[in-house]
Structures are given as structure tokens and as C-alpha cells.
Ligand binder design. Structure first.
Ligand SMILES: [Zn+2]
Ligand SMILES: [Zn+2]
Length: 163
């Protein structure tokens, strides 16, 4: 099981692999270490890969399944495709224009099916990948997302009021 998370101390992006066999996660930027909460990862059995029961970075047990697709790449492909089709259009190449647009859409669809799914924490945004990791979790739920967003906003207000 692999994780990509933002360090709670320095907000640096940190990635770690095979986290089920590590007692702590250590941030390479500020060396803050996070101990694995007990029971957060159920060990692998003969038939099943290790299972995540909660986020290991924050105390949240709510995670959702989504495609591990870099959004910037998806948008980049669309922008490049659109720009290329505009150039073709300027040269009055009608077939080429639509060809490029269809190809762009096709690439996005193919990529979408190729990229694996990952598990994302609603609260801290940590991303987990690994075999069978998404089995026990559902897709994105706006209500849960909103709950966590408001919680975070309240905490932010409390922090700024206290200082
Ligand atoms: Zn850090
Ligand atoms: Zn979390």
C-alpha cells in the first residue's frame, strides 16, 4: 500500500511505499514522523491484501474512491487538443479540426480507464493506492465532503481567533 500526503507540520508533499510494514511515516522535508495508528491497516491474509480502516495521517475514517488521475494532465491534453484544432480551423482544414477534437476526447477516455483508482481522505486529502484498496469504500459523497470542509473552516477560524 502506498500513500501520498501533505505533511501536517510543513505541508510538504510526501510519498511512501509499503506503509503497512512501517511503524512510522517520516517527512523528508521537516523530518516530522507520524506513528501508524493501531488497527489502521489490517494485515494481509492468505487471500486478501492489507486493508485500510482509517486515514493514518489524520483521525478520519471517511475516505472515498476516485481515479488517481492527475487533473492537470487531463486539462493539459484538452487545452493542447483545442489549440491544435484551432490552428487546423484557421487553415480551413475541416476534417483535421474535428479529427483532432475527437482524438483528444478519445485520449482522455482511454486514460480514464487506464489509470488505477485510489482512496482519498476527505479530511486531509491523503491518497492511498494499492491492490484491493478501494473494495470497502464508496465513491465521492458531497455531503461528507461538505461536513469536512466546514469542520476545517471552523478550525481555521478558531486558530486565527486564538492567535
Ligand atoms: Zn514535513
Ligand atoms: Zn486524513
Amino acid at each position: 500500500m502506498n500513500i501520498v500526503y501533505s505533511c501536517p507540520s510543513c505541508s510538504g508533499q510526501t510519498a511512501a511505499a509499503v506503509i503497512e510494514s512501517q511503524p512510522t511515516l517520516c517527512c523528508p522535508h521537516c523530518s516530522r514522523s507520524i506513528s501508524m495508528p493501531a488497527g489502521a491497516i489490517l494485515p494481509a491474509t492468505a487471500t486478501e491484501p492489507p486493508r485500510l480502516t482509517r486515514c493514518v495521517v489524520c483521525p478520519s475514517t471517511e475516505l472515498f474512491v476516485r481515479k488517481n488521475f492527475p487533473q492537470r494532465l487531463g486539462v493539459g491534453i484538452v487545452v493542447v487538443g483545442f489549440a491544435a484544432s484551432c490552428v487546423a480551423w484557421a487553415y480551413r482544414e475541416l476534417v483535421l479540426t474535428f479529427g483532432i477534437l475527437f482524438a483528444t476526447a478519445a485520449i482522455d477516455v482511454v486514460l480514464y480507464f487506464l489509470v488505477p483508482e485510489c482512496l482519498t481522505c476527505y479530511r486531509c486529502g491523503a491518497r492511498y493506492t494499492g491492490p484491493g484498496i478501494t473494495d470497502r469504500f464508496g465513491g465521492f459523497n458531497l455531503e461528507t465532503h461538505e461536513k469536512h470542509r466546514q469542520q476545517a473552516a471552523r478550525q481555521g477560524q478558531a486558530a486565527s481567533a486564538g492567535s
